[in-house]
Design a protein around this ligand. Structure first.
Ligand code: ATP
Ligand code: MG
Length: 371
């Protein structure tokens, strides 16, 4: 239905003449009246039409207006259709409708005042039109987001191949060139290409997480140390000016064993510890503690310094980064992807950051996927 289509209003009365009067009173270009002579007929119409409003006569044989309204409230499709009861009863009578608390309900007392009827109907018709517009806008936004994510997925995928060509070229030149000047240039080119590849991988993860409903992990048995130690070594090489202290805690007879996606968890460790090294204080560096607790392995990554208060609530959202940006900084996808990977492992991640205590990320990973 489009925003300017006619709005359907259901009119239910067992007296033909009353229906004619109602229809005449509601003669508007933007209203399409649907007439029903009984509750039963009304229900049949409600099965096929989306109505914006129902005007129900209360006194009808077989099924009265209140019974019809209760049936409408009991069905998901019609639960929120606003209802105006037309009743000859007193105001006390109006309490008889038991579905009162669900959706909008109003009363008009007979003899019906034409102006009052038109006014009340108009309010609901306008509300309905606004709702239709909002729904349309939301659908358009969803579609735009989907297209955007497909675009990101396609571009981040297709750029890898030409980037691979550049990287191969750099490799070839590195083995030929001996002059220190050009070698420095090649080294910078290689690190630029590496960073670009890292960003493309992140964008691809983002798109896959969004389009596919999460990052997919493949679990296989491994000790946490078997992959984490390699990551720590790489990080020490990449950040020679910072200290990285790693403490493995006790874990009984099976040291930090579990079934997990080693490659994806390496990404988690690399991002969290990389952040701690980049954004932490030089004096303190990064401190990692890993230990086992029953069916879980716990990882804590600590550094000095604090996450700005304004950033903290959004820290795991995509493209959120600190205010002091420099050329060479990341996209702000690291923690978003970290969280998606942890969730895919049925784990949890939290952060605690205060000026006194510094910043600590804590990840809890079940060793196996819960059955
Ligand atoms: N350990 C930390 N200590 C202090 N601030 C942090 C820490 N980790 C993250 N932050 C802040 O949170 C922001 C978001 O981190 P995130 O890892 O998601 O993105 P990024 O590091 O900016 O870029 P990317 O990881 O995509 O290369 C960072 O820019 C930084 O401001
Ligand atoms: Mg990061």
């Amino acid at each position: 239905m489009t925003a300017n289509a006619r709005v359907k209003v259901l009119l239910v009365d067992d007296v033909e003449e009353n229906l004619r009067v109602l229809e005449a009173l509601l003669d508007r270009d933007d209203i399409e009246p649907l007439r029903a002579i009984s509750g039963r007929e009304a229900l049949e119409l409600l099965l096929v039409h989306d109505v914006a409003l129902a005007l129900l006569d209360v006194q009808m044989p077989e099924m009265d207006g209140f019974e019809l309204a209760e049936l409408m409230r009991g069905t998901e499709r019609t639960r929120h259709v606003p209802i105006i009861f037309l009743t000859a009863g007193t105001r006390e009578h109006s309490r008889m409708f038991r579905g009162y608390d669900v959706g909008a309900v109003d009363f008009l007392f007979k003899p019906i005042d034409a102006a009052m009827l038109r006014h009340k109907v108009n309010v609901f018709v306008q509300l309905h039109k606004q709702q239709v517009e909002r729904d349309q806008l939301a659908a358009e936004l969803r579609e735009m987001l989907r297209l955007n994510e497909m675009f990101v997925a396609a571009v981040s995928h297709d750029l890898r191949s030409p980037l691979g060509t550049v990287l191969t070229g750099v490799h070839l030149l590195e083995s030929d060139v001996t002059d220190p000047g050009p070698r420095r240039i090649l080294a910078r080119m290689r690190s630029g290409v590496d960073r670009m590849k890292g960003m493309l991988d992140q964008l691809n993860d983002l798109a896959r997480a969004r389009l596919g409903g999460g990052i997919v992990v493949e679990r296989s048995p491994a000790s946490f140390r078997s992959f984490a130690d390699k990551v720590f070594e790489d990080l020490r090489v990449a950040h020679p000016d910072r200290t990285l202290a790693v403490k493995y805690g006790d874990d009984g007879g099976a040291p930090l064993a579990g079934k997990w996606d080693a490659q994806r968890l390496s990404q988690v460790v690399a991002n969290l510890v990389g952040n701690a090294l980049i954004y932490g204080t030089q004096e303190q560096g990064a401190e990692v503690r890993v230990w086992g607790e029953g069916s879980k392995v716990i990882v804590e990554v600590h550094n000095g310094g604090v996450i700005p208060e304004a950033l903290r609530p959004h820290i795991f959202d995509p493209f959120r980064r600190g205010a002091q940006r420099q050329a060479g900084d990341g996209l702000g996808l690291g923690l978003y992807i970290v969280r998606q990977i942890v969730i895919a492992h049925d784990g949890t991640i939290d952060v605690n950051s205060t000026p006194e205590a510094g910043t600590t990320f804590r990840v809890e990973l079940p060793r196996e996927s819960p059955a």
